[in-house]
Design a protein around this ligand. Structure first.
Ligand SMILES: [Zn+2]
Length: 379
């Protein structure tokens, strides 16, 4: 069937919209940094910042956690962190975090979070029940208060939500202005995105220091896998896939649960043309919303979601595998096989590259090129 409206709005107009929004505040644009982003540590003067002193804070863990011990010289002892220690850490940590969350007035009025949570669980995702919704203006205060537990959450960066892995909590920064324009479904869809992250395996590394302290850092969050040289975090991989899955699930929620296949922006046609550094990129409408100035905005993760969508279109069984693979080794291997059957080597390529928002466009272009799909079209 031919696409009916290839360009839902006059092409240059879309560009203007995006340009306008991009010049706005950071919160207006395609900014969405969530989960405990290892990139935040990368520029830190203290390379050990990614670690939390377990003796002081007893951090981490959630329903699916495992860990390895790492020696100060970087060599690993693949002894599992004992379950009772993990449990102790988790309990202590969520208790501390809850005391902090209690200091912030939540704003859940008018939001159907049960619907968001139910949808995620129906997708087969083992989502957390811990959801905190506060006004967007309180983001910095909350993240500062959480820093001893969650580490630096990228406080300089405005964002709409994140999954705080160490207290196993979806943090939603509610933007009433964006809701006024797009409806409360926008915040619910954001909640779906963050809850999707929460279903991934949280793997820890415990490092014993010379003076006997046990420091705990992240080894894996779903598809995101930090890379270390000894204690130093050098890189993280899998970001494009992790974010793509979360946003794909959010898109499914918008299209099928909210019954808004054209998204929040009210566009008609098949897709939105997103202004990208590599040329116009078609974005399925379920990922679109409107910014304060009326421009079309998308989360950068939508670029990953579109890319994964091309794989899922060709192999629908990949979707449940992707969901299961975020926490299960066997399913992780299955994902690799299914994606590589469509584009040889694509899983490793996508995992190793495009590991920051700024590179998602290139990741999408790679998939399009390999599948022979123009970037500016969906087919
Ligand atoms: Zn995300």
């Amino acid at each position: 069937m031919p696409e009916i409206h290839d360009q839902p709005e006059p092409y240059p107009h879309n560009f203007d919209d995006n340009t306008e929004d991009i010049s706005g505040t950071a919160a207006d644009v395609d900014v969405e940094a969530d989960m405990l982003c290892p990139a935040d540590y990368r520029d830190s003067a203290d390379r050990s910042e990614g670690y939390i002193n377990a003796r002081e804070h007893m951090p981490v863990t959630s329903r699916s956690v495992r860990g390895v011990f790492v020696n100060p010289d970087g060599s690993s002892e693949h002894e599992p962190i004992p379950d009772d220690l993990l449990e102790e850490i988790y309990t202590a940590h969520t208790t501390q975090a809850d005391a902090i969350y209690a200091q912030f007035a939540q704003d859940r009025e008018g939001l159907d979070l049960t619907r968001a949570s139910g949808f995620v669980k129906d997708m087969g995702i083992t989502a957390t029940d811990r959801i905190v919704v506060i006004p967007t203006a309180k983001q910095r205060d909350l993240e500062q208060a959480l820093a001893p537990i969650e580490g630096q959450l990228g406080m300089a960066q405005a964002k709409r939500g994140l999954y705080a892995s160490r207290s196993d909590t979806a943090l939603i920064y509610r933007d009433r202005e964006l809701e006024r324009i797009n409806g409360t479904g926008l915040t619910e869809a954001l909640t779906v995105h963050e809850l999707a992250h929460s279903g991934g395996l949280v793997e820890l590394r415990a490092m014993t220091t010379g003076d006997g302290d046990v420091l705990i850092g992240n080894d894996r969050l779903g598809y995101k896998i930090p890379q270390y040289d000894g204690m130093e975090l050098t890189n993280t991989v899998g970001d494009f896939i992790e974010e793509g899955v979360a946003e794909y699930v959010a898109g499914q929620f918008v299209a099928h649960e909210l019954g808004e296949p054209n998204g929040f922006a009210g566009l008609r046609g098949a897709h939105h043309l997103h202004r990208s550094s590599l040329g116009p990129a078609a974005i399925p409408l379920e990922y679109t919303s409107r910014g304060p100035k009326g421009g079309i905005i998308i989360a950068s993760a939508a670029l990953g979601a579109r890319a994964l969508g091309h794989f899922i279109d060709r192999d629908p069984a990949l979707l449940p595998a992707l969901i299961a693979g975020a926490r299960d080794d066997e399913a992780f291997t299955e994902v690799r096989g299914r994606m590589n059957a469509i584009i040889p080597g694509s899983f490793e390529h996508l995992q190793d590259n495009y590991n920051s928002d700024a590179r998602y466009e290139e990741g999408l272009l790679y998939v399009c090129n390999r599948l022979g799909i123009p970037l500016h079209r969906l087919h």
